[in-house]
Write a protein that binds this ligand. Structure first.
Ligand SMILES: Cc1ncc(C[n+]2csc(CCOP(=O)(O)OP(=O)(O)O)c2C)c(N)n1
Ligand code: SF4
Length: 329
């Protein structure tokens, strides 16, 4: 009988299975006593990166606060798929505010806790990239500027997914959405100047800013844990692939998240009080093409002919990130 070769599928990646790690290094999800804050039964699509990211982030925040946590949620997929009235998948005190004011509501909840002498109860706010980088941006900047004691988690799936994939200011260049050009010389999102909210958050000199990805869940947990050890305004921007909006296979969610990191398009870093304090180096740099190709939102870049010029522009963005954050040093 022919033997099947052993497949070291995890070699060279950051996703080492829990069973291969020492107990202390395992993810929260490996713990039988985890809070399971976002419980099963919700209505996220198969392979939803946002559901995965939220589950790990909030469970880690629960562990870090000994379960003394209140979450405020902006309108968006996470809110809609987890709480179709009168049901909820949340196992924690959880409030839905409006689309654009989660940061302000969370600031109010944190102030109320302080006045009540319950400074031990910690507050997180969470929302999608639309709710964060566009409509909620003013409230978020105010929360940063006042240094309110809130951790804000942005789940960046790079468009307004809940309402049918409209472009946001986090949508990458060339990506097709329901509100970008479908035809013409340059279909998809424009190559604008971009809007990098982690860097804008850093410019507020707040105690903690980080980027994270569902490609590296232990890193995400560590960053949430670090953030919860600090007081004041904190921000974590989490890259979460969306199979529906990206036109990708549900089984490819983690692979795409990893390719975004390893191409340099989504750099992982940490900053305290405006200064970079940590970064995750790329192990094996991949060309952006490897990341773009499996996603239908970028299909026009490869068919009928490869759009060499625009692919080169995207590669230049990745290379600029790699240089800026010294990701291959
Ligand atoms: C003031 C206001 N405008 C528009 C809407 C409709 N709306 C609800 S969710 C949503 C999109 C949310 O997108 P995003 O914040 O990126 O989160 P995602 O669904 O992608 O996770 C929109 C436009 C609303 N609820 N309130
Ligand atoms: S549309 Fe995207 S973000 Fe929304 S539930 Fe589906 S996969 Fe998740």
């Amino acid at each position: 009988m022919e033997l099947q070769p052993v497949k070291f599928y995890q070699t060279g990646t950051f996703t080492v299975g829990n069973r291969l790690l020492d107990e202390g290094e395992r993810t929260v999800q490996a713990n039988m006593h985890r809070t399971n804050s976002l419980n099963s039964g919700h209505r996220a699509c198969q392979g939803c990166g946002e559901a995965l990211g939220a589950r790990y982030a909030i469970d880690a925040a629960m562990r870090a606060t000994r379960n003394q946590l209140i979450a405020v949620n902006a309108t968006g997929c996470l809110e809609v798929f987890s709480t179709p009235y009168p049901e909820t998948s949340w196992q924690i005190p959880w409030m839905h505010s409006l689309f654009g004011n989660a940061a302000a509501v969370a600031s109010g909840v944190a102030a109320a806790m302080r006045i009540k002498g319950r400074g031990d109860v910690r507050v997180v706010a969470q929302g999608g990239d639309g709710g964060t980088t566009d409509i909620g941006f003013g409230c978020l900047s105010g929360m940063f500027e006042r240094n309110d004691d809130v951790l804000y988690l942005c789940y960046d799936n790079e468009a307004y997914m809940n309402t049918g994939v409209q472009r946001s200011s986090a949508t990458p260049p060339a990506a097709r959405t329901a509100t970008t050009a479908n035809v013409g010389a340059e279909p998809g999102n424009v190559f604008g100047t971009g809007k990098n909210v982690p860097l804008i958050a850093m410019a507020h000199n707040i105690p903690y800013v980080a980027t994270a990805s569902v490609a590296n869940l232990r890193d995400l947990e560590a960053k949430v844990t670090r953030a919860m050890a600090l007081r004041g305004a904190r921000y974590i921007h989490i890259h979460v692939p969306c199979p529906l909006g990206w036109g990708s296979a549900p089984a490819d969610t983690i692979r795409l998240a990893r390719l975004a990191v390893e191409s340099g398009l989504f750099p992982l870093f940490e900053a305290e009080r405006g200064e970079i304090t940590g970064r995750t180096c790329i192990r094996r740099k991949v060309p952006v093409e490897t990341y773009l190709r499996p996603q239908k939102r970028f299909a026009h870049l490869f068919s009928p002919e490869p759009d060499v010029e625009r692919i080169a522009l995207i590669q230049a963005t990745a290379d600029r990130n790699i240089g800026r954050f010294r990701l291959t040093d």
